[in-house]
Write a protein that binds this ligand. Structure first.
Ligand code: NPW
Ligand code: ADP
Ligand code: K
Length: 506
């Protein structure tokens, strides 16, 4: 699914109006009908409703929703803020339609506003501003936002919480943004929905199909996407009757210093559970017994060093290499890592301490094979690119890193985003806060190198791997809940996630 900037949403709106064709006011009615349906599912008509409408089309939607809820037996009070005495055409038409309908208590605010009582049983519909907002709210609008936010009422925002920008909120005034319990967004998600600092404004968000032109959506260029399950299913390669382990690759995992053997165990297990034909773990001597006991399916290759990685491995015998989980950052390890990167010619996976070492040995970035996959969490990314003031700026820097070095940057967290060498960004929907537990990232490294080893391209490995890893986390959550979930559970649930993903394929 594509994600468009606010300006392109407006163009798509215009394209739909022209191509379908449909009158602009009828498209607004279609949006309002979808919004009303979703609101009715959320709260029954015993709930008193107070609607706040702004002067643009977001306000137009809100006034149309007021009328439709009124027709369906809700007690509705609607306030239209027309302080600059300029309404969009469709907003004015919906005001007139509302005035013709007597069962909604309607007030047009042109100067002084006497706020209604908003108690906890009341449902507030926020239709002050949507995708047309250009700068932070101030003055009277900021005061209305503060009033709504201070109330105990439940708040539903139309399209996006008023005051929140579609993309960059780095310099927005955060107190002047509606804090919704639910956001009913029209057709497509907005980029700002995927950023942690906006979660409290959005509440739960849901997309409503308002029938914007599919052709228009297809033809409109974007670099931002929200991954859907059908995109992922298309990537999966079938297994054939006469296949043998040689067909599914041999992954090399360089991970786990002394005291961190667990990182290599988790990654190796995940690598096997994702389907690699063979896995070799290169580890310090002291970790031999742990690895041989914990994962009998893996081959263990010994470093000359007892405690850490110090000896680069010739990669030619392996179909893919991953390095980093629990590696440590000793001097020998840093030197060996830099040499290992130089030896590798094919795309590799770099995670955790490999990234931390690269952050202090920046020159080595130039030796990373094109198409390699870097999997930083936000802190690791900042060590590589510098401090970021907001998630939007962090995304921008992750993308710059990907395009500069022609690599894939997998920026981990809720809605993990994959930035490609071409500058495209794919947000992942699967996963849950139960995965915020030590070792979850090691599991992801194992998944990614497994897919690379099996012959998936780097882009396919990123999309499929991140999705599968999140899905395994979601399946683990179904059985165990979020709080007691640990990284091993994610690895153990990879088979179940595969079964679910391949149901119609195998
Ligand atoms: N997606 C779709 O296809 C469809 C979208 N639809 C709906 O349209 C919505 C977008 O409508 P929109 O473009 O009219 O913008 P909206 O958010 O109402 O605000 C514009 C008004 O706010 C004003 N204004 C702006 N910033 C301000 C500020 N800081 N402080 C004060 N004022 C400020 C601005 O004033 P101006 O800058 O023009 O002077 C103008 O008056 C969208 O979110 C969705 O709900 C549906 O109806 C149907 C299909
Ligand atoms: N709230 C969340 N929602 C979805 N996925 C999450 C969430 N928290 C963590 N994860 C996932 O868990 C993994 C954590 O990785 P990382 O931070 O490297 O952990 P560690 O270093 O402990 O292994 C990432 O894949 C991340 O996307
Ligand atoms: K809104």
């Amino acid at each position: 699914m594509k994600i468009f900037p606010g300006i392109q949403i407006k163009q798509l709106d215009a394209y739909t109006i022209e191509q379908e064709p449909i009158a602009s006011i009828d498209l607004m009615e279609r949006a309002a009908t979808a919004l009303t349906g979703a609101i009715m599912k959320y709260r029954g008509n015993e709930t008193p409703v107070v609607v706040f409408a702004g002067p643009g089309n977001n306000g137009g939607d809100a006034l149309a929703v007021s009328r439709l809820l009124g027709e369906r037996g809700y007690r509705v009070k609607a306030y239209l803020f027309n302080t600059s005495e300029h309404l969009s055409e469709d907003c004015a038409t919906n005001r007139d339609r509302l005035l013709e309908n007597s069962n909604v208590e309607f007030t047009e605010v042109t100067s002084k506003f006497e706020p209604p009582v908003l108690d906890k049983d009341c449902l507030v519909i926020d239709g002050l501003f949507g995708s047309g907002i250009k700068k932070a709210l101030s003055g009277g609008f900021a005061a209305v936002v503060n009033y709504i936010n201070a109330s105990p009422s439940t708040v539903v925002s139309i399209d996006l919480p008023s005051g929140l920008m579609c993309e960059d909120n780095t310099y927005n005034i955060r107190n002047h943004i509606i804090r919704a319990d639910k956001t009913l967004s029209l057709q497509l998600p907005k980029l700002s929905f995927f950023f942690a600092e906006n979660a409290d404004y959005l509440g739960e968000w849901e997309l409503l199909d308002i029938g914007l032109s599919q052709k228009g959506i297809e033809e409109t260029f974007t670099t931002w996407y929200f991954t859907e399950e059908e995109d992922i299913r298309k990537l999966i390669k079938p297994r054939k009757r006469f296949d043998h382990k040689g067909n599914y690759g041999h992954a090399l995992l360089i991970a786990g210093s002394y005291g961190m053997a667990g990182a290599s165990v988790l990654a190796a297990k995940a690598c096997l559970r994702t389907g690699a034909g063979m896995v070799t773990v290169h580890a310090p001597l002291k970790n031999n017994d742990i690895l041989q006991t914990a994962i009998p399916e893996a081959i263990v290759r010994h470093d000359a060093h007892e405690f850490c990685f110090s000896m680069p491995v010739y990669p030619d015998n392996y179909t893919a290499v991953a390095i980093g989980p629990g590696l440590g950052q000793s001097e020998e390890t840093a030197t060996a890592l830099i040499e290992q990167i130089r030896l590798c010619q094919e795309p590799m996976v770099l995670d955790a301490d490999a990234l931390n070492i690269l952050a202090v040995h920046r020159n080595a970035m130039n030796s990373i094979p094109r198409g390699s996959i870097l999997t930083p969490h936000p802190k690791e990314l900042e060590r590589l690119v510098g401090k970021c003031e907001s998630s939007f700026l962090r995304l921008t820097k992750a993308r710059d890193l990907a395009t500069t070095y022609k690599i894939f940057v997998v920026l981990k967290g809720a809605y993990t985003v994959i930035a490609t060498p071409e500058g495209n960004c794919y947000f992942n929907p699967t996963g849950n806060p139960g995965m915020a537990t030590a070792g979850s990232g090691d599991v992801l490294t194992g998944v990614l190198v497994s897919l690379l080893a099996q012959g998936y391209t780097s882009e396919e490995s990123c999309k499929l791997g991140v999705y599968l890893h999140g899905m395994a986390g979601d399946m683990a959550k179904e059985k165990l809940g979020e709080r007691g979930l640990i990284a091993s559970d994610i690895a153990e649930n990879l088979p179940a996630a595969w079964i679910k993903l391949t149901q119609s394929i195998d």
